[in-house]
Design a protein around this ligand. Structure first.
Ligand code: UDP
Ligand code: MG
Length: 339
């Protein structure tokens, strides 16, 4: 008895060569004091710099187990994180960013909370402020969470990111969400379970730069809403009814005014405005249909969410099992083997 619980720390990396060694130094300091069997699972999301080399270097000298999944190209953070989670097997799993914006030191507190309370399955760090984000990102994020809160059933915590601790059964639950569009924050929120939050100050990025431009964030937000709500689709029937009712009312008004005042033929401009307005409304509704159809299209293709090119530190049998479970081709090659 009294075996230490095992902990997998999943970290996606995309062009993070500048921070890898500092991250490992800080993990190293932490792991010693942690009463857990720690494995760090690094996902190299098709980095074009020397991130993979840096990871291998760090793995060679680390005092804890390091496993590396190197994807065949850049699949995006959500897919990279999913890939990492698929390859975990520990009792508790931590997901965190590799850019040091999620301070590794906090893991200790998350873990302690989990150990102290048997009812807990999730522990989520929430940032006290969003001051480290620019004004634009802050307001757009607030707006997004407000809309998401209103029109989806998921309760996403606005101040939380993908940094969190989850128990094994949460990970298993998430694996049963079969969609290809992986809006992780939403998925994390839909599974439910008891959670606790821990407050922290999120530091800025020490090096490198964010890979989320405003345009990417907009698309990300669209993914978030369309994955979790069909309200944008349904709303058009109501808009249609409302406009039809308005049209009928207007028609009745016209009949009366024609009977009373006779016919006059002004109104070129007003016709023009009405036509423009309604064409706009129709195009918007078709566009929204398109958003969903596009997503249905990419879901039915059932393409692999990610492809693992090379690995380090994984057991071959385990990799084959994971591939089989997630309908992925078993093509990963160990970095150290030549064949
Ligand atoms: N990331 C990734 N694939 C991508 C983009 C980002 O794996 O295509 C990783 C990145 O290396 C970092 C984390 O996801 O560890 C968060 O990315 P970033 O700091 O750019 O996002 P932000 O903190 O600005 O939301
Ligand atoms: Mg970041």
């Amino acid at each position: 008895m009294n075996k230490k619980p095992s902990m997998d720390i999943v970290i996606p990396f995309y062009n993070e060569q500048a921070v890898v060694s500092e991250l490992f130094t800080r993990l190293e300091q932490l792991v010693d004091s942690l009463a857990a069997e720690v494995t760090v699972i690094c996902v190299n999301d098709g980095s074009t710099d020397s991130t993979l080399e840096k990871l291998l270097e760090a793995a060679a000298s680390a005092r804890f187990t390091v496993r590396i999944l190197s994807l065949s190209r850049n699949f995006g953070k959500e897919s990279a994180l999913t890939a990492g989670l698929h390859h975990t097997e520990a009792d508790v799993v931590i997901s965190m960013d590799g850019d040091l914006q999620d301070p590794p030191e906090l893991i200790e507190e998350l873990y302690q909370r989990w150990l102290d309370d048997e009812q807990l399955d999730i522990v989520i760090p929430v940032r006290r402020t969003r001051n480290e984000d620019g004004f634009l990102k802050r307001t757009t994020a607030t707006l997004f969470y407000w809309v998401a809160q209103k029109i989806t059933d998921t309760k996403m915590l606005p101040q939380a990111g993908d940094f969190r601790l989850m128990s094994r059964r949460v990970i298993t639950a998430i694996e049963h969400y079969g969609e290809r569009a992986r809006f992780m924050k939403g998925l994390f929120a839909t599974v439910g379970f008891n959670y606790a939050t821990v407050e922290y100050d999120r530091p800025g990025r020490p090096a490198g730069k964010t890979s989320f431009s405003l345009w990417k964030l907009w698309n990300f937000a669209l993914d978030g809403i369309t994955s979790f709500s069909s309200l944008p689709l349904r709303i058009w029937s109501y808009v249609g009814f409302l406009l039809a009712a308005l049209g009928l009312g207007f028609a009745a008004l016209k009949v009366v005014s024609t009977l009373v005042f006779g016919v006059d033929v002004p109104g070129y401009a007003s016709t023009f405005v009405v036509v423009l307005f309604f064409s706009g409304i129709q195009l918007i509704s078709i566009g929204i249909l398109g958003e969903y159809i596009g997503r249905v299209f990419s879901e039915v293709k059932r393409r692999p969410l990610y492809l693992v090119d090379r690995t380090h530190g994984f057991d071959g049998q385990f990799l084959r099992e994971v591939s089989a479970r997630h309908d992925l081709p078993a093509i990963a090659r160990d970095i150290d083997s030549r064949d």
